[in-house]
Design a protein around this ligand. Structure first.
Ligand code: MN
Length: 423
């Protein structure tokens, strides 16, 4: 395990208890000041650390790469350098932030420019996303949806336990946390109507997901094994896959999700590296029936990441509507990547592969309003006396996630998205 993960490490940067960003995390993101150009940073406590300025000051001189990778509006070029370089950068940043290292600590001129308050910078989407795929890998979620829409006795379709079901999503409408989305319009058809009608979506929902960012490409025709998948995963972020349930219900047969899903998905701005998450690996749920050989794997491939969803009303009244965990996923990321590439489909740096809605075993751990309100039958009571079956105009949905062990909390920050009225 990387020395940057040592729970005993302390930083000279003041990191408040409960912060998502202690020295053991050091996630990567793209930030912008009101006057400057976008650039790469890591998060530490309430601050961002400007990697381009550190590089110009010669603080990465022992690691071979072009400093221009930190001066772009995405992390793709940096990530494409590969894990030997990106991990060395993370470990070097860790060394520079350690409490007894004076190199950066005592360079007050550099710190004044390079260590900026997160509240005073804007975070951008951390990667240019060439391709986006959404899986459907939570057994609990798939069972709930199958129970509601089909038959409780055969909630899972026959393929579900044999392969990680997924679909190709839309990369162009992936936005960074804080970006508002207008309620989509589209075709819907009520059960008691013969013909469809057109108008704003009435059953607007969030999907609590995590997505992994591809860090190493493959060539067309090649496949990634479950054993090697970790080499291709740079890190993870939180992901809200906004969904229009009424549009989805009418359009999805026979080819699956289309306009119900592609009007916007929200990503959190910090990519937490797979290396920072190493201490939080856990066993995967038992897979029965046995999977085909190319989907078999060894070792711990799930991650114990606590997840939470809040709905915030237009007046700022907040209620937590779900506590879930990434560890529940039936199909793990290595299996998803192995399946995705088994036919020779190539993957590219910056690709996002989302988990699918992450629901736990109990109603308070469901990852969508469709399940939490059970298709509108059990509305959520909000503290202001209103209720929610789905998401209303001007509501904000905030997702958070963190791992915790040995007094160390590795967090993801926030994935926040507001719904504006239809245009
Ligand atoms: Mn989804």
């Amino acid at each position: 395990m990387s020395r940057a993960n040592d729970p005993k490490l302390k930083s000279w940067v003041d990191v408040k208890p409960g912060s998502d960003f202690p020295i053991q995390n050091l996630p990567f993101g793209i930030f912008k000041t009101s006057t400057g150009k976008p650039g790469a940073a890591v998060a530490i406590g309430d601050f961002v650390l400007d990697l381009s300025l550190l590089s110009k000051a010669g603080l990465f001189n022992g690691i071979k790469f072009e400093a221009s990778v930190f001066e772009q509006d995405s992390l793709n070029s940096f990530i494409a350098l590969g894990k030997p370089i990106t991990n060395a950068v993370r470990e070097r940043v860790s060394d520079l932030l350690v409490i007894d290292n004076a190199e950066l600590r005592d360079n007050k001129t550099l710190i004044a420019k390079a260590l900026l308050k997160q509240s005073e910078v804007q975070m951008l989407l951390p990667v240019h996303v060439p391709n986006y795929t959404d899986f459907y890998s939570s057994r609990e979620h798939a069972t709930n949806v199958g129970t509601m829409f089909r038959d409780p006795k055969n909630a899972l379709l026959p393929n579900w336990l044999h392969l990680p079901v997924g679909y190709h999503g839309r990369a162009s409408s992936i936005v960074v946390s804080g970006t508002a989305i207008h309620r989509p319009k589209g075709q819907t058809k009520a059960d008691d109507q013969e013909n469809p009608s057109f108008g704003p979506c009435r059953l607007l929902d969030f999907e609590l997901e995590m997505a992994f960012v591809v860090g190493k490409e493959t060539q067309l025709g090649n496949s990634v094994s479950t054993a090697n998948a970790g080499e291709h995963i740079f890190g993870l972020l939180l992901f809200n896959d906004w969904s229009a349930r009424d549009i989805q219900k009418w359009e999805y047969v026979p080819l699956g999700p289309f306009l119900a899903k592609n009007f916007g998905s929200v990503a959190s701005p910090w990519i937490v590296t797979l290396e920072a998450l190493e201490p939080f690996k856990v066993e995967s749920p038992k897979q029965e029936p046995e999977v085909l050989p190319y989907l078999k794997f060894e070792g711990k491939k799930n991650y114990n990441i606590n997840l939470e969803v809040d709905i915030v009303t237009p007046a700022g009244i907040s209620k937590t509507v779900s506590h879930s965990n990434f560890k529940y996923m039936y199909w793990n990321m290595c299996q998803q990547l192995a399946h995705h590439t088994i036919n020779g489909c190539n993957i590219q740096v910056g690709d996002l592969y989302a988990s699918g809605t992450i629901s736990g075993p109990t109603p308070d751990s469901y990852g969508s309003m469709l399940e939490i309100s059970w298709s509108g039958k059990n509305p959520v009571q909000m503290p202001d006396g209103t209720e929610r079956k789905f998401i209303l105009d001007n509501d904000t949905v905030v997702m958070k996630g963190y791992c915790e062990k040995d007094g160390i909390r590795i967090g993801f920050g926030e994935c926040s998205g507001k719904i504006l009225p239809a245009i």
